[in-house]
Design a protein around this ligand. Structure first.
Ligand SMILES: *Cc1c(COP(=O)(O)O)cnc(C)c1O
Length: 714
């Protein structure tokens, strides 16, 4: 992890390329990306689309040549001018409205999904945090982010011959990652001591540039730390409970210390899900040291804290036994002169006080501003957490809702669809992306053009799957049957459904397996066949999730399904971008109301991929009857929900989805294309992070940071 890449001498004229490569801004700005391909397309591909690796392997000769090419220099200058304006410049949506705040807001999250070259996310929560940082950069929100640099990431999952997933958790080589060590005043690696550990624990600090947002990461794998302590940040979501607690102490309390060491004193804090909540205790500390009483200090912290809860599923909340908490916090409480039962009480669930320290309960008690991630999830969260406010009526429980969103420039296809939007919506559409009126112009796109473009994206997806299959076949000697199960027989002309998500029971990847004969008839219909691409990882400790992977994979191997079912291993951000753009239908069938929001369907919908989803999470708000399909209301609440939902989904596919897709008229399924346009038109303006971050600012940050709108423009 310590190695720094060596670059050939980059001519001074284009010396900014190194800085550009180290700022993820390039990844969501197509003209910046194009600058790297323009250097050498083959080397760009060889580098895995990683500009840092590319600069390290590109012959110095080529860089010298480029530094003398007029056409390259023109592009270079244009990109660098915009890069400087959008990263060094402070001016943007936020400053125009509120001016420059004195202190930034600190955002804490256990996971971030920013780019394939930084694997430190498990799923939707991390992707949301990554998309949020990019949007904060675009809107000039004064944010500094904090996280952990996991030396082994989350998990790489391969499928064994018998279909069961195998977890590979190797140390990642971060030489070419866009991460740089933070140095102290004397040019040595910065070390920061984390509170509560005996013997003392130190973290090294790293920095990632996300446009103008600085993102600091901590790493515990230092020689001076004890072996068990070194392993704290090996994996995202340590499985062993005590190690998980230690991880959260480092993330929250260590994170606050790191900000302090860097001279950054946040004016407010946003806690993304319960894992980093202990940061709030660390915020109380300096106030008490200044002489405030506990209650007063607590009130001061609350006034400036925002908390987002992301799931009603209990596995999403950590509950640590009190005895374990005592071991780490007894001293801390003593130091602060704080009665530790009072502190531990802040994490007690009113109905199960003996269960332990509940991080979500703690975060809610410590935050003046809290939100769920869709309207429905807001209701569910108010219901679940009402016992914390026994004196309030259900609808007064102070948990608001801000529906999640995704970062448009990241998720809308940059090669075909974004250039089409440049033309049809105007080149400034990214700046006006949350204006629904703008998107009415999608109607002007010729049907033929949109359909052709979508077919190209489907071919690109299938080509990509073939590219992934080839080395499995060549190097790993996977059986032919498993190459087929991986998608070798997929056909771009066939109606294609995608089901890609974390494999866990409540998401029900096996819903269509309820009736295998019916599924077989659906996919092998000679005139109107259907193919389904599954992808997803199961958490290493989720045995049911792993069993589901195996069950689906076995089906994909079965010749009865004619190679029309595929399971693609090791779902990640790169595969997600191919899938959400390349399939025809995005399938979503969790058990309501457990999908708090869901974001993959938003990515699909704004690319013209039609959602076919149970009414849950964001789709309750997003579905308008014409922009995809919905089901799930058929279930009366009595009997077997699984069967009722399976029946509803089969009927929807058989009676509506399949016929509409194959209703060609002049070579184009007109009715389908109409729905695609309706999907783009309605999903893009409302389900972007632009709208989400705006809401965060208006509903929470303005009050938490004590700002006033200056009434200038929007
Ligand atoms: C968007 C995304 C998710 C979140 O998807 P859900 O709809 O919440 O299931 C998970 N993983 C990856 C890689 C993603 O890109």
């Amino acid at each position: 992890m310590d190695r720094t890449p060596r670059f050939p001498d980059i001519p001074q004229r284009i010396g900014g390329l190194e800085k550009l490569a180290y700022n993820l801004w390039w990844s969501w700005n197509p003209d910046a990306r194009a600058l790297f391909w323009a250097l050498d397309l083959a080397v760009w591909r060889e580098s895995g689309h990683n500009p840092i690796r590319m600069l390290a392997i590109l012959p110095g000769e080529r860089l010298r040549e480029a530094s003398e090419e007029a056409a390259f220099l023109r592009r270079y200058d244009a990109v660098m001018a915009r890069f400087e304006a959008e990263t060094a410049g402070r001016e943007g949506w936020f400053t125009r409205r509120y001016g420059s705040p004195r202190a930034p807001l600190a955002y804490f999250s256990a996971e971030y999904g920013l780019h394939v070259s930084l694997p430190m996310y498990a799923g939707g929560l991390g992707i949301l945090a990554g998309d949020y940082l990019k949007e904060c950069s675009d809107m000039a929100i004064p944010v500094v982010a904090v996280g952990l640099l996991y030396s082994r990431g989350y998990v790489t999952q391969r499928i064994r011959e018998d279909g069961s997933p195998e977890d590979l958790r190797e140390t990642l080589d971060r030489t070419y990652d866009p991460v740089r060590r933070v140095l102290d005043g004397e040019g040595r690696p910065l070390r920061v001591q984390v509170p509560l550990f005996d013997p003392p624990l130190h973290v090294a600090v790293w920095k990632v540039e996300v446009g103008r947002v600085p993102f600091y990461l901590m790493d515990t794998d230092l020689e001076t730390n004890q072996p068990w302590d070194r392993a704290i940040a090996h994996h995202l979501y340590a499985i062993q409970p005590e190690q998980r607690l230690r991880q959260e102490i480092v993330l929250g309390m260590g994170g606050m210390r790191v900000l302090e060491a860097l001279g950054l004193s946040p004016g407010a804090v946003h806690i993304n899900e319960g894992h980093p909540a202990l940061a709030l205790l660390q915020r109380v500390r300096p106030l008490m040291e200044q002489g405030m009483g506990f209650t007063e200090a607590l009130e001061e912290v609350r006034r400036t804290t925002v908390f987002t809860t992301h799931t009603p599923v209990s596995a999403g909340t950590d509950v640590f036994p009190f005895a374990m908490m005592e071991k780490y916090f007894a001293h801390c409480c003593e130091d602060l002169g704080l009665d530790h039962t009072k502190f531990l009480g802040l994490g007690a669930h009113p109905q199960r006080p003996e269960a332990g320290f509940n991080t979500t309960a703690f975060a809610l008690r410590m935050s003046r501003f809290a939100n769920g991630v869709s309207r429905r999830h807001g209701e569910v969260a108010r219901e679940i957490w009402a016992p914390l406010w026994p004196e309030l009526a259900r609808e007064e429980v102070p948990i608001a809702s801000v529906t999640n969103g995704v970062h448009l420039p990241t998720w809308i296809d940059p090669h075909r669809l974004q250039p089409l939007f440049d033309r049809v919506l105007g080149p400034d559409w990214r700046d006006r992306q949350d204006d629904p009126g703008l998107w009415d112009k999608v109607e002007e796109i010729p049907d033929e053009e949109l359909w052709r473009l979508h077919q190209e994206l489907k071919v690109r997806l299938i080509d990509h799957l073939h590219k992934r299959a080839r080395p499995r076949w060549e190097r790993r000697q996977v059986s032919a049957q498993n190459v087929i199960a991986g998608g070798a027989l997929l056909d771009a002309k066939v109606l294609t459904l995608g089901f890609a998500r974390r494999f866990t029971a409540y998401k029900r990847p096996d819903l269509l397996l309820r009736d295998r004969n019916r599924l077989k008839r659906l996919v092998t219909d000679p005139l109107r066949p259907v193919q389904i691409i599954f992808a997803g990882k199961a958490h290493p400790a989720d045995t049911e999730g792993k069993r589901l992977v195996q069950e689906i994979f076995r089906l994909c191997q079965d010749p009865e399904f004619a190679g029309r079912l595929a399971f693609v291993e090791d779902y990640d951000q790169a595969l997600a971008s191919y899938l959400v753009r390349g399939v025809d239908v995005w399938l979503n069938n969790p058990v309501p109301p457990l999908e708090a929001s869901g974001t993959s369907g938003m990515k699909a919908g704004m690319n013209g991929t039609l959602n076919c989803s149970i009414l849950d999470g964001w789709w309750i708000e997003g579905f308008n009857g014409k922009n995809g399909w919905a089901f799930g209301e058929e279930f009366s609440g009595e009997g077997d929900r699984f069967s009722a939902d399976a029946e509803a989904l089969f009927r929807l596919l058989e009676e509506q989805v399949v016929p509409l897709y194959y209703a060609y008229n002049g070579g184009i399924p007109k009715g389908w294309v109409r729905r695609m346009k309706e999907s783009i038109r309605t999903v893009a303006p409302l389900y972007g992070t632009r709208r989400m971050v705006r809401k965060y600012v208006e509903q929470f940050y303005v009050a938490a940071l004590g700002l006033h709108a200056n009434g200038v423009g929007s």
